[in-house]
Design a binder for this molecule. Structure first.
Ligand SMILES: [Zn+2]
Length: 141
């Protein structure tokens, strides 16, 4: 078993990278989908309570913030353009609105992005998951 993970009914394993990543985005264990991936905030659980997968092996590093900034920038661009056209809004108010929206979006996107990155690394056998990829375990490699 990969990294002392518990034996798992093959039907519980994700069938594709997309389904593993979607489990991670939803904050669920990418391997079994049965319980939470995160202990608190952005910190993943050490081991899944249901399948025993070790989630400390990931190395998501700064990829989740990169995704959050990229998406936030693209979502905020039309908002900033619209606010810029509204001449009745003072610049200081526009800055407050933009900062609050951008900070909220980044905060909302960061955890799903990290879950997706961890799931992708597990599926592909990257970083600490080397030699124990999800796709090999699921039999789709
Ligand atoms: Zn699990």
């Amino acid at each position: 078993m990969p990294h002392d993970a518990l034996p798992l009914d093959p039907a519980m394993l994700p069938r594709s990278a997309g389904s593993a990543i979607m489990r991670g985005i939803r904050g669920m264990c990418p391997r079994c989908g049965g319980t939470h991936l995160f202990a608190r905030g952005l910190k993943p659980v050490e081991r899944c309570r249901m399948c025993g997968q070790n989630w400390t092996l990931h190395a998501a590093d700064d990829f989740p913030p990169y995704i959050a900034i990229l998406l936030t920038g693209h979502l905020m661009a039309p908002v900033i353009i619209l606010l810029g056209k509204a001449e009745w809004i003072p610049e200081w108010a526009m800055m407050l609105i933009v900062l609050a929206l951008a900070a909220s979006l980044i905060a909302a996107i960061l955890r799903p992005a990290k879950g997706g990155v961890i799931a992708m690394q597990w599926w592909l056998g990257m970083q600490g998951f080397a030699g124990h990829s999800g796709k090999v375990e699921a039999g789709v490699a």
